[in-house]
Design a protein around this ligand. Structure first.
Ligand code: NDP
Length: 260
């Protein structure tokens, strides 16, 4: 652990560390993967099916001098997640940082929400986090070190009509985060969540196109979030020196949920 006279922003805080970022091929996850790699981590870019996007992300990281590998894995598949983490630990020697970021939306009013759209969101957003945490905590506890960051959303706390499935998944993530944090804190593993507001990614494209500048006007900071805004908070929590922060949710929303 660095002493209090050390720089808060060393150039390579993740040197020698390994990381997995689920949904690391696009949007917020890509920014997390790129920032962790720029900080010295070797990064596994986990994606569902868009191989071209994953390869593009890995190429961008490598072109910038970082280390990354694209790894296809559906986060809803418990056995596949376990196998992936086991292989990373075997091949890379350890897993230090896990960013559970993969997520989807299937919006619709509750009265007409199908079991398929309920289940797909819960399985991907919440069970996916369970699957990867479950696979990662034993090796992390054995190593007496780990940083887990789960991607929540302001939707966990603030009501968005049409997002009951999504809000339930993100609320679940925050509960899981707090509970797991208390269970494994003594083993040197921290578990935190980041709750983004409205970020410019593929996920929000349709809403952005429909809403025009209404959203920007509602954000006190007067701009949409960029993936890097969220990645910065993730990297802060992933830092070795963030050792005394666990079980927390950091909101990154430009003031959207302040109600001003
Ligand atoms: P994008 O839609 O831009 O990217 C989603 C990523 O998740 C892709 O890499 C995709 O892989 C991957 N993914 C989706 N399903 C699976 C799966 N079953 N298994 C593995 N990977 C999967 O999303 P965002 O970057 O916008 O969102 C990232 C996270 O941030 C999500 O958890 C989301 O809920 C959260 N968030 C986003 C906000 C926003 O405004 N954008 C606001 C609040 C929270 P592939 O490319 O192969 O499809």
């Amino acid at each position: 652990m660095a002493d209090s006279s050390a720089s808060p922003f060393p150039p390579k805080p993740f040197e020698g560390r390994t990381a997995l970022v689920t949904g690391g091929s696009r949007g917020i996850g890509r920014a997390c993967a790129e920032m962790l790699a720029a900080g010295g981590a070797k990064v596994g870019v986990v994606y569902a099916g868009n191989t071209a996007a994953a390869e593009e992300t890995v190429a961008a990281i490598q072109a910038a001098g970082g280390q990354a590998e694209a790894i296809q894995c559906d986060v809803t598949n418990h056995e596949a997640a376990a196998e992936l983490v086991k292989k990373v630990v075997e091949d890379w020697g350890q897993l230090d940082i896990l960013v559970n970021n993969a997520g989807i939306i299937r919006d619709g009013l509750f009265a007409t929400m199908s079991p398929e759209n309920w289940g797909a969101v819960i399985e991907t957003n919440l069970t996916g986090v369970y699957n990867f945490c479950h696979a990662a905590i034993m090796p992390m506890m054995r190593a007496r070190y780990g940083r887990i960051i789960n991607m929540s959303s302001v939707a966990a706390h603030y009501s968005n009509p049409g997002q009951a499935n999504y809000a339930a998944s993100k609320g679940g993530i925050e509960g899981l985060t707090r509970c797991l944090a208390t269970e494994i804190a003594k083993r040197g593993v921290t578990v935190n969540a980041v709750a983004p507001g409205f970020v410019q990614t593929d996920m929000t494209e349709a809403v952005r196109n429909a809403a025009g500048d209404i959203i920007t006007k509602a954000i006190p900071r007067k701009r949409l979030g960029k993936p890097e805004d969220i990645a910065r908070a993730v990297c802060f929590l992933a830092d070795e020196r963030s050792d005394y922060i666990t079980g927390q949710t950091v909101t990154v929303d430009g003031g959207l949920t302040l109600g001003g």
